[in-house]
Design a protein around this ligand. Structure first.
Ligand SMILES: [Cu+2]
Length: 158
């Protein structure tokens, strides 16, 4: 049986806090330089019944003077998240995988119905209209946007 010295315990806690805050302070300047390059807005997920894949939509804006590519999507809420594009072939439509999506310098790109979508499959838990899911969008400049997506019914209505 060991006796916990209260002073040691609080020292340990202080050391942990220092380590945590130290990391934050060290990380801050690097983050500040890039934190505002990309922003996500108008994020939402179109939910479909019967375990059909859901589709995520979002507009990405790039404030920097260099184009930045969206490279990868991941989510704790879905087992599978991919960037797809809907391509029209006359009267038929098909989905194709997209490796990357470029957000132009000082511009924006809309992942919106009829064009691109974030294909979301294998929900990790029950997701319904009214839920909020989180998608991590990873970009070529090293940024990750952890974005909240409100889940809406198929019509997109609130
Ligand atoms: Cu798709």
């Amino acid at each position: 049986m060991s006796i916990r010295h209260p002073l040691l315990a609080s020292h340990a806690r202080a050391a942990t806090l220092a380590a945590l805050f130290g990391a934050v302070f060290i990380g801050a300047p690097a983050l500040a330089a890039e934190a505002h390059a990309l922003t996500a807005r108008d994020a939402w997920v179109r939910w479909l019944p019967n375990n059909l894949p859901a589709a995520g939509y979002v507009t990405l804006a790039n404030d920097s003077d260099k184009p930045v590519d969206l490279l990868d999507i991941s989510s704790d809420d879905y087992g599978s998240a991919m960037l797809h594009q809907t391509v029209s072939n006359g009267s038929t439509q098909k989905m194709v995988m997209v490796d990357k999506l470029t957000v132009p310098a000082h511009g924006s790109v809309a992942i919106a119905p009829g064009g691109y979508h974030l294909m979301l499959e294998k929900p990790a838990h029950k997701i319904m209209p009214g839920s909020i899911v989180h998608l991590k969008l990873k970009f070529s400049d090293g940024e990750t946007l952890d974005t909240a997506f409100p889940v809406k019914p198929p019509t997109g209505a609130q």
